[in-house]
Design a protein around this ligand. Structure first.
Ligand SMILES: O=C(O)c1ccccc1NCC(=O)[C@H](O)[C@H](O)COP(=O)(O)O
Length: 258
């Protein structure tokens, strides 16, 4: 059993307490994250609110998620990711909803989705983007959750770690693929993973988001040079005592069309 197996097991247990059907609230259309990627040929930054993690333990559990997200937006983040898993990341839907109600950039619900009702919850709590992690889904469920989230106008990041998962993701022709540099089963982190996969599979038809292990301007530049349209950064921003400077540093390599 890996930690990822444990996380999925907890999600299954939590789902036992969900109603069989979740009524969707009436809300504004989710903000268009993909449109932002289409319009900008630089590298977008998704800044993550991450109190704790299985690999690091407590990262920064004393900050206020709203103040953190505000600082991210002031620094120039293009989107905010909020971990909503309670048991392993000390997050909550309340954290995400407070952020989504306040910031004017798209908000990603970072969780381990295995059932449509989690997408309903993400939607009702104000998410604009959801994450589908290929390794925890079979092909049929992946395709079903993708089409369900699309029907709600949510942006979707389909997350892969290796070539086999990437090939499975490509079968549903997603607009955005996240390449996680962290192996969620062993916690090994290597940003060379994005470089290797994009050298072989990079295409202008898909936006690729480099996820995890990005700490410095040099790391960010490597991800951009590899062809990533975006990067997802958690720990290094959560540990920074000068968030706005850290964001400027990470975005320093951002190239804009003149
Ligand atoms: O971060 C972990 O320890 C972890 C363990 C098991 C499953 C998922 C995990 N993290 C989720 C993420 O992918 C990251 O929060 C995200 O990509 C940001 O990574 P980082 O910048 O390295 O904090």
């Amino acid at each position: 059993m890996t930690i990822l197996d444990d996380i999925v097991e907890v999600k299954k247990q939590e789902l036992l307490d969900y109603p069989t059907e979740i009524k969707l609230i009436t809300r504004e259309k989710p903000l268009d994250f993909k449109g932002g990627l289409d319009a900008d040929n630089g590298i977008a930054l998704i800044s993550e609110v991450k109190r704790a993690s299985p690999s690091q333990g407590d990262i920064n559990n004393i900050m206020d998620p709203l103040e953190q997200a505000d600082a991210y937006v002031r620094g120039g983040a293009d989107a905010i990711s909020v971990l909503t898993d309670k048991q392993f990341f000390k997050g909550s839907f309340d954290d995400m909803e407070r952020v989504a109600k306040t910031v004017d950039v798209p908000v990603l619900n970072k969780d381990f989705i295995i059932d449509r009702r989690q997408i309903d919850c993400a939607y009702n709590h104000g998410a604009d983007i959801v994450l589908l992690i290929v390794t925890i889904l079979d092909d049929g469920t992946l395709a079903d959750l993708y089409s369900y989230a699309s029907s709600l106008d949510l942006n979707i990041i389909v997350e892969v770690h290796d070539e086999e998962e990437l090939k499975r993701a490509l079968k549903i022709a997603p607009a955005i693929i996240g390449i996680n540099n962290r192996d969620l089963k062993t916690f090994t982190v290597d940003i060379g993973n994005t470089e290797q996969l994009l050298a072989k599979y990079g295409t202008d038809d898909i936006h690729f988001i480099a996820e995890s292990g990005i700490h410095t301007a040099e790391d960010a530049q490597r991800m951009q040079l590899a062809g990533a349209s975006g990067m997802l950064v958690g720990e290094s921003l959560m540990r920074s005592d000068s968030i706005e400077d850290k964001i400027q540093e990470l975005k320093a390599g951002k190239v804009h069309e003149s």
